[in-house]
Design a protein around this ligand. Structure first.
Ligand code: NAD
Length: 293
């Protein structure tokens, strides 16, 4: 019997790679429901699987901010069960907080937080009834530690951590494992897709010069980090496979060990000041080329 996997956000990036990998499994172990908000974007996925996977791949429309769309997708799963739910869809938001509109902030929370939670909600009764299941969530370094100019993104991703940890405690009584796959920078469309205040935007006109100068330094840092340290989606998919294939999956997987030391002062120095100092030094004490000023 195939393992039925439903993945959100499969038109690009991590979701697309994971869908391709699982649907291409030589033993056809998985039946993948690759879902995406906009089916017009399915060509990229279809190109990657080269049309070979009729019995291992189905593409469904699902906008995780639209409850009816989630329920419709769920009801179109032919096997009438989902063994593994992968909540992956998400969007970024970057810029000085003063420049963010309430509508934009709402949108980020709608997708990253409420979208993830409503997707889980829709599949929980089925998983509980079948007596087993896996819920995998694409987590972020921004869900484990604060990052300047990412306040709302981090708030949404921290919130996802809280929701998942809370669920994990309960769901072990139902043989349902919840795991977060914590990613640092990954080469995807994420940077292109995220909403970002750009120099010259009208939203930045009200922002003070000191903040703008720090934002500029941050953007250089961010560009450098993506250039030097971003992982490929294949690296992330390997970690998903570890979690999927483990008989007793962990709650958290880190795709990149380099990330762990950044977060550790949050645990070793509980008053939080050391993490804040370290991060400020890392981001703001460089000239953007990784050299100390
Ligand atoms: P991506 O932009 O390529 O993929 C995100 C996908 O989510 C897109 O296909 C997008 O269409 C989809 N999406 C957005 N809103 C949606 C909605 N309302 N309904 C359904 N789908 C929606 O970027 P990615 O890097 O593959 O992102 C996947 C996940 O990884 C996100 O949750 C992101 O926060 C997380 N992440 C990414 C990075 C990174 O550096 N790329 C780092 C840490 C975490």
């Amino acid at each position: 019997e195939q393992t039925v996997v439903l993945i959100t956000g499969c038109s690009s990036g991590i979701g697309l790679s994971l869908a391709v990998r699982l649907a291409s499994d030589p033993a056809k172990m998985y039946k993948v429901y690759a879902t995406m908000r906009n089916l017009a974007k399915k060509e990229r996925l279809l190109d990657c699987v080269k049309g070979l996977h009729k019995d291992t791949l189905d593409i469904l429309q699902m906008d995780i901010t639209d409850q009816q769309s989630i329920l419709d997708a769920r009801d179109r799963v032919r096997e009438k069960r989902v063994n593994i739910l992968v909540c992956n869809a998400g969007v970024g938001l970057m810029g000085p907080l003063e420049a963010q509109s309430l509508a934009t902030m709402r949108q980020i929370l709608e997708v990253n937080l409420l979208g993830t939670i409503s997707t889980i909600q829709a599949f929980l009764p089925g998983m509980k009834a079948q007596g087993h299941g896996r819920i995998l969530v694409t987590g972020s370094i921004g869900g484990l530690q604060g990052l300047p100019f990412n306040e709302v993104y981090c708030a949404s991703k921290f919130a996802v951590e809280g929701a998942c940890e809370s669920l994990a405690i309960l769901l072990q009584h139902f043989n349902i494992h919840v795991s977060l796959i914590e990613c640092g920078p990954v080469n995807t469309d994420f940077l292109d897709n995220l909403q970002r205040a750009e120099p010259g935007d009208t939203s930045l006109q009200q922002v003070d010069a000191h903040t703008l100068s720090l934002y500029d330094t941050y953007l250089q840092h961010c560009g450098m980090v993506f250039q030097n340290a971003a992982q490929d989606t294949e690296d992330i998919v390997k970690v998903f496979l570890d979690a999927i294939q483990s008989s007793n999956p962990a709650f958290r997987y880190y795709t990149n060990n380099a990330l762990i030391p950044l977060s550790s002062p949050k645990i070793s120095a509980l008053d939080g000041s050391q993490y804040i100092r370290n991060m400020s030094n890392i981001i703001f004490s460089t000239n953007g080329k990784g050299e100390q000023k």
